[in-house]
Design a protein around this ligand. Sequence first.
Ligand SMILES: *Cc1c(COP(=O)(O)O)cnc(C)c1O
Length: 377
Amino acid sequence: MLYQQRPTWAEISLTALKHNYLTIKNHLTAGAQLMAVVKADAYGHGAVECSRALESIGADWFGVALVEEGVELRRAGIVRPIFCLGGFWRGQAENVVKHDLTVAIFRLDQAEELDAKARETGRIANFHLKVDTGMGRLGMRLDEVADFARSLEPFHHLKLDGVMTHFADADGDDPAYTEAQMARYDEAVRILRDLSFDSSWRHLANSAGIHAYPQSHDNLARAGATLYGLSRDVLSPKLEPFDLRPVMSLHSRIVMLKTVPAGTPLGYGCAFTTKRESRIATIPIGYADGLRRAHSNNGRALLRGSFAPIVGRVSMDLTIIDVTDAPNVEVGDEVILIGEQDGLRITAEDLAEQVGTISYEIVTGISARVPRVHANS
Ligand SMILES: *Cc1c(COP(=O)(O)O)cnc(C)c1O
């Protein structure tokens, strides 16, 4: 077999992605819209391709972290509303207006800059007010909301078109914190209503909130992780999970195969020594690809219908696996690091557990060196 490039790739199932979007949407209370959160290159899945696939099935909204990410989607032809979850930086208001992005605002100077840029082009810029109800990160505190709203008076090219907040603990065991956040959110909406601001869009829920707090769906909800089929370390384990399919799988092929006697040290630092005569395979993927070094002697791959442990240190470009127990292994064989084969599976959640992180960090950490292959299967 001949390969034009190193045979290490991430396959992205657009069919699974679309299935997940529709599954989550089906769980929303009637009338609520679903924002597909495609920040950070769609959690490493390819924002343009994923957004196009989702737009083709009628996705309501797209959510990005940065203005740059929103601009990328507009340039790729995405026409549905795009929401910038993280607001915008000074100097970016021009692009916000030009590319018709809807931004979160949490400081008055942002409103001022956006109004000025919208005025220059004779447009009205929509924004959503981000309220901090308990995350303690971005967002205006409840006691500042009324003053902020009154200060909007001179800005004639702005429309406060939404109010949002973000949950800190929607997958946690105790509902008290999330319930308090919802109560503070309701209070913010009431304060704005009393000042005659009737926001078109009200959104609170992330994946975990959508799952555990149906009363938080309001008329818009924002799903990221679940859209990509991440579930076990995303959703509350106390409730039935949604029927989600993993979207990303990670593949490579054997580039070197050898039989070594018992007592052979392998890799940097000789961190593993064979205990028996072993078949040892090298695969062209390493920590520069996002296969974390913490998987050294701590992880496994799938090939020929069986698991093969990672042995020795994961290095920058290469990883060694012990294939002694797999049948008929040959150079060129496909090896799966994330994915399913013959009924066996390795999930991003499994990798996360092995290295002490969450599946979000695994999929967003698969580096740009790994080509994404988008498949309609
Ligand atoms: C990233 C993000 C989301 C999506 O969160 P998931 O847990 O991936 O569903 C929703 N809202 C905001 C404000 C975010 O930053």
